[in-house]
Design a protein around this ligand. Structure first.
Ligand code: UD1
Ligand code: MG
Length: 429
């Protein structure tokens, strides 16, 4: 079996996104779009991933470093460390062919298969890559690309075939003749190349096009011209072909990804009452027979056990861990907190930076006051506590097992200490 590496193009400036941020860091369901492309490469099995960066390169690299925490946020950005990644610098963004050529100094002696993907295609499916590899190998092809048929092909490179269906090349949207614009078969930028053939062909690419860029798509006609076999297989589902060049495409891709996330959760036994009005982060984990009611928003790394009931209108943020049989009702927000089995917070609560013991009941409108203007502190609530409605728990605070707080109480550590450490019914008088 040939050794395989991947190249991901992620250096572009992205005028159409109208952003100061690197395009590949824009998030799709909570994760930067590049993360999904990296995952797909890892799942398919590559020995190394060469990621070409340029515009905001440091920002991109930083996001994939687990030691970095966003300075203005309590939420750590936790994409896994990139030990299999080689960052390749493209100082000037002269086009996708030039971007691949920047990898040559690392790969000039490499002799094997080279998967080339774009960092702005997060909807990529591993099954498609498997088909791509299989057809490439069984067809003994020098270059293989997977194509899609789109009802609206505008913006994408069009696949040109001869009368026998053989692929002849790709023409970019801005260079198409009116006749070519009508072609519905497009290039989603999923390619597999023989490394030697690719680098040779790249040397001959010229910026002879409207944008005056070095187009990777031009290598295909070049490779065909030198007598090598090129295959174009129609293997990409329309929704998987979405490349993100604009904010509208970002939101369209997020919707598709959201459907995938929810479909997978439902297959694992989670009830989602109204999928269209529920938003669940790609990193969330949810256990069997948990019910997610409408208008629930789950953002960040959130773990929910089995048999929980969440929402309607619940907001679960990064670092939330709910054990089993937890009930969170309307307008309940939880952040960076662990709630043990059987916790109930049915109405209008904020639980931030807290550890809540088993079977604790948190009454309507109760909150943890976790921020004093300078520091964030934790609240630890023991097992079987009763927190009456409208309670303010001022952190840092430690409530022992069985504490009972009457409705309308403001509880500080001082008031608890005065009662010998255990808050009783009396504390609230
Ligand atoms: C590209 C393809 C087009 C295809 C579409 C699929 C080319 C010439 N065109 O067009 O056929 O239908 O993707 O989504 O390849 N990049 C660099 N360095 C550069 C230029 C771009 O790294 O100098 C990166 C970008 O960051 C991006 C990717 O390459 O991740 C593709 O570039 P983009 O400008 O989005 O190309 P498209 O116009 O979408
Ligand atoms: Mg693109």
């Amino acid at each position: 079996m040939a050794e395989r590496v991947a190249i991901i193009l992620a250096a572009g400036v992205s005028k159409r996104m109208n952003t100061q941020m690197a395009k590949v860091l824009h998030e799709v369901c909570g994760r930067p779009m590049l993360a999904y492309v990296l995952d797909a490469c890892r799942e398919i099995g590559v020995s190394k991933i060469y990621v070409v960066v340029g515009f905001s390169a440091e920002q991109v690299k930083g996001r994939f470093d687990p030691h970095r925490f966003a300075s203005n946020s309590a939420e750590p950005q936790t994409e896994a460390v990139a030990e299999d990644i080689v960052w390749v610098q493209q100082d000037e963004q002269l086009g996708t062919a030039h971007a691949v050529l920047c990898c040559k100094e690392y790969l000039k002696d490499f002799d094997g298969e080279m998967l080339v993907l774009c960092g702005d295609g997060p909807l990529i499916q591993v099954e498609t890559l498997k088909t791509l590899i299989e057809k490439h190998e069984s067809g003994q092809s020098a270059a293989t690309l997977a194509t899609a048929i789109l009802e609206d092909p505008s913006g994408y490179g069009r696949i040109i075939r001869d009368a026998y269906g053989n692929m002849q090349g790709i023409v970019e949207d801005s260079d198409c003749t009116p006749g070519q614009l009508a072609i519905k078969e497009i290039n989603p930028s999923y390619y597999l190349f023989n490394s030697k053939v690719l680098f040779e062909a790249l040397e001959n690419v010229k910026p002879d096009n409207v944008k005056k860029e070095y187009y990777l798509t031009d290598v295909l006609s070049g490779i065909i011209g030198t007598g090598h076999k090129v295959l174009a297989i129609t293997a990409v589902q329309p929704e998987e072909a979405v490349g993100i060049n604009s904010r509208a495409q970002l939101s369209a891709a997020s919707k598709i990804m959201q459907r995938r996330i929810q479909r997978e959760l439902m297959e694992h036994g989670v009830t989602i009452v109204d999928p269209a009005n529920t938003w669940i982060d790609a990193r969330a984990q949810i256990g069997q027979d948990t019910v997610i009611e409408p208008f629930t928003y789950i953002h960040g790394e959130v773990k929910i056990g089995h048999d929980c009931r969440i929402g309607p209108f619940a907001y679960l943020r990064h670092g939330t861990v709910l054990k089993n049989d937890v009930v969170l009702g309307v307008y309940t927000e939880v952040k960076n907190s662990t709630l043990a089995d059987g916790v109930r917070a049915r109405h209008h609560s904020y639980i931030g930076d807290a550890t809540v013991g088993e079977n604790v009941n948190i009454g309507a409108g109760s909150i943890t006051a976790n921020f004093d203007g300078q520091n964030i502190s934790r609240t630890n609530i023991g097992n079987n506590c009763y927190i009456g409605s409208g309670t303010v728990l001022i952190a840092p605070l430690e409530l022992q097992d069985g504490s009972h707080i009457n409705a309308g109480t403001v509880v500080s550590q001082k008031s608890v200490n005065e009662l010998g450490g255990k808050a009783e019914r009396d504390v609230s008088k």
